[in-house]
Design a protein around this ligand. Structure first.
Ligand code: ADP
Ligand code: MG
Length: 238
C-alpha cells in the first residue's frame, strides 16, 4: 500500500505578475519500503513537492494522501500531530533549535506528544548512539560541527514510528563519509517499512533509491527504475 500519494498536484506561489506555477499536475505514489529519488534543475519544484508531501504547505489543487489520510481533510491539530509522529524531515536548513542540546532537539517533539521526559531522553540518546553521537548528547548545536549537526537532524528525523521520511539534499554540506552514513541510515529506515523521498543532485546518492523521478518546470518528465544514465537526462543542471 502506498504511504504517500500525490494526485494531480498543482502549486502556484504568489499572485499576479509574480505568480510562479511551481508544480503542474504531479502524480506520484511511494510505497512502504520504497525510496524515491527526485532529481531536477534548480527551481524545478523539488522542495515545493517535498513541503507538500510533508503537510508543511498545501496544494493549490489536487490532493496529498499520507497513510490513507487526505491531508486536505485533516484538522490543523491532527495535521500537526501527523507531522510530528509519522513524518520525518531532513531539510537543507537543519532546523535545530540553538537553545536546546542535541538530545533535547530530539526529545522535545516526543515530550510534546506526552512521552515522559525520562523516556524521551533515553530514546533520544539511543538515536544519537545510532549516528555515533551519544557522547555529544548534551552539547548545543553551535558546539557541534556541521556534519555532527546534520547527524543530529537525521537522528531526529528517523526516530520512532515514522511512516514517511522526506530528505531535501540531506548530504548537502557533508563530507562524503558522513554523507554516506546519512544515506545508509535513511535506507535502513526505509527497509524497515517507511516510505521516503530523497531530493538530490548527485547521481551516486540517487543510486540508493529504488526509483528516480525527474522534475522539470514543475512537471515529472521521466521516471526510471534504478538509475541508468542520469547525466543524459539531467543535461547540465548543476
Ligand atoms: P527546487 O527545490 O527544485 O529548486 P522550488 O520548489 O524551491 O525548486 O521552487 C520552484 C519554483 O517556485 C521556483 O521558481 C521558486 O522560485 C518558486 N518558489 C518556491 N517557493 C516559493 C515561495 N514561497 N514564494 C514564491 N515562489 C516560490
Ligand atoms: Mg530546493
Amino acid at each position: 500500500m502506498s504511504v504517500l500519494e500525490l494526485r494531480d498536484v498543482h502549486r502556484v506561489h504568489g499572485h499576479g505578475e509574480t505568480e510562479v506555477h511551481a508544480l503542474r499536475g504531479v502524480t506520484l505514489s511511494v510505497a512502504s519500503g520504497e525510496l524515491v529519488a527526485v532529481m531536477g534543475p534548480s527551481g524545478s519544484g523539488k522542495s515545493t513537492l517535498l513541503n507538500l508531501a510533508g503537510g508543511l504547505d498545501r496544494p493549490s489543487s489536487g490532493e496529498v494522501v499520507v497513510d490513507g489520510t487526505p491531508l486536505s481533510e485533516c484538522k490543523l491539530r491532527d495535521l500537526a500531530s501527523l507531522r510530528r509522529k509519522r513524518i520525518g524531515y531532513v531539510f537543507q536548513s537543519l532546523n535545530l533549535l540553538a537553545s536546546l542540546t542535541a538530545a533535547e532537539n530530539i526529545s522535545l517533539p516526543m515530550e510534546l506528544d506526552g512521552v515522559s521526559v525520562r523516556k524521551a531522553r533515553q530514546t533520544a540518546v539511543a538515536a544519537l548512539a545510532e549516528v555515533g553521537l551519544d557522547d555529544h548528547a548534551d552539547r548545543f548545536p553551535d558546539e557541534l560541527s556541521g556534519g555532527q549537526q546534520q547527524r543530529v537532524a537525521i537522528a531526529r528525523a528517523l526516530i520512532g514510528e515514522r511512516r514517511l521520511v522526506l530528505a531535501d539534499e540531506p548530504t548537502g554540506a557533508l563530507d562524503s563519509q558522513t554523507g554516506e552514513t546519512v544515506l545508509r541510515l535513511l535506507r535502513s529506515k526505509i527497509d524497515s517499512g517507511a516510505a521516503g523521498i530523497l531530493v538530490t543532485h548527485d547521481a551516486r546518492h540517487a543510486a540508493w533509491a529504488d526509483r528516480v523521478v525527474f522534475l522539470r518546470d514543475g512537471v515529472v518528465v521521466d521516471t526510471s527504475g534504478p538509475l541508468d544514465q542520469p547525466e543524459a537526462l539531467l543535461g547540465g543542471t548543476r
